[in-house]
Ligand binder design. Structure first.
Ligand code: BGC
Length: 344
């Protein structure tokens, strides 16, 4: 694996950030920046044997600090997705959080992990990024030491291993917010998507879970056989789907342990991406809110890319039936996701 490092501009505090590119023997590459642990670029082979970009990106750390980019490619923490009412109670104490999404908190609050400068080390075929989140940062208790290891393989698999420890009990839900577009079209409406889930998380008008899990049967959310996204997007028979103008939903994944949970395919380029994870859920967001500039003068508009954010279910802090996002002092948080690329 070849590793190249170059300057990538400065974070909001004026500290220099780097762009680290890992290139395999086939010439496929992943580029990452230690500002916010962003996936900046993923170049993989298509059917015709030519390299192509498969994720949305920006040109500099300054661009990744913009608020209009929809968390594009960022490492999300301390708590991915929404916490209703921007507060939670732990061990009898109430912890108010920053409400950055109406009355609720989203993707870590005001200055999430996607806006921090991470320390990093280069390994044989990967990069390890480290960030220590101080006790009470963004309102969360516990000094949290986080490691995110990105590994790229000769077969174009990008693996992300998350690990964290804390000195006080806390809540944690880490993910990555990459948006994928496997083809050359400005949107993903020509892609097909399969997600191995029989149920989704019901949400209210503020996208906060009600506590119910709904069967996907008969709804636009049913991706148990691969569905053409452009056709699904036309559907008007589901209030939740219509209100969100597409996918913005937590899937309750079938099975447990490390398993393949999703497959995105672009019939035009022949590119395929599979997603494997050990997590119980994936937030599928079809990028309907996009209207921003991107790499090399690109304009990203609605459905420019699709995010498949592996994670624990949203608002698990308030929904014990969803599982637990509690990390106890002394315990180790560990989870992994693999995005694997091929062509057919
Ligand atoms: C959320 C969307 C939100 C988007 C922001 C997604 O993870 O589910 O509701 O608009 O992030 O980019």
């Amino acid at each position: 694996m070849r590793v190249d490092i170059r300057p990538f501009g400065k974070d909001p505090a004026g500290q220099p950030a780097d762009l680290i590119t890992l290139t395999n023997a086939r010439g496929e590459s992943v580029s990452l920046t230690n500002f916010g642990g962003h996936i900046v670029s993923l170049m993989v082979l298509g059917r015709a044997g030519s390299l192509g970009e498969v994720c949305l990106g920006q040109d500099s750390a300054e661009d990744y600090a913009r608020r209009d980019i929809g968390y594009m490619g960022g490492t999300i923490g301390r708590y991915g997705n929404r916490i209703g009412g921007a507060a939670f109670t732990l061990n009898g104490e109430e912890y108010p959080l920053y409400a950055n999404d109406g009355r609720n908190t989203l993707h870590g609050g005001k200055e999430g992990f996607n806006r921090k400068l991470w320390a990093y080390e280069v390994e044989e075929s990967g990069v390890v990024m480290r960030y220590t989140s101080p006790h009470m940062e963004e309102g969360y208790p516990g000094e949290l030491a986080v490691t995110v290891r990105f590994t790229f393989s000769e077969q174009a698999e990008l693996r992300i291993d998350y690990r964290a420890t804390t000195d006080r009990d806390t809540q944690i839900n880490l993910t990555n917010h990459a948006y994928f577009n496997l083809g050359n079209s400005p949107d993903i409406l020509g892609h097909t998507l399969w997600i191995d889930a029989d149920q989704v998380i019901e949400v209210d008008g503020e996208l906060i879970p009600t506590g119910a899990m709904l069967p996907v049967e008969g709804t636009p959310y049913d991706l148990r056989t691969p569905q053409p996204l452009g056709e699904v997007m036309q559907r008007e028979d589901n209030a939740m789907f219509a209100a969100a103008k597409g996918f913005d939903i937590g899937y309750v994944l079938n099975g447990s342990g490390m398993r393949q949970i999703a497959r995105l395919h672009d019939p035009d380029s022949g590119r395929v991406m599979t997603v494997s994870t050990d997590q119980p859920g994936v937030q599928c967001y079809s990028g309907q809110g996009f209207n921003c500039g991107g790499r090399a003068g690109h304009r990203y508009c609605a459905y420019a890319g699709i995010a498949l954010e592996t994670q624990q279910h949203p608002d698990t802090v308030h929904q014990p039936s969803f599982g637990s996002t509690l990390l106890k002092a002394g315990d180790v948080y560990q989870t992994a996701t693999v995005y694997a690329f091929s062509a057919q």
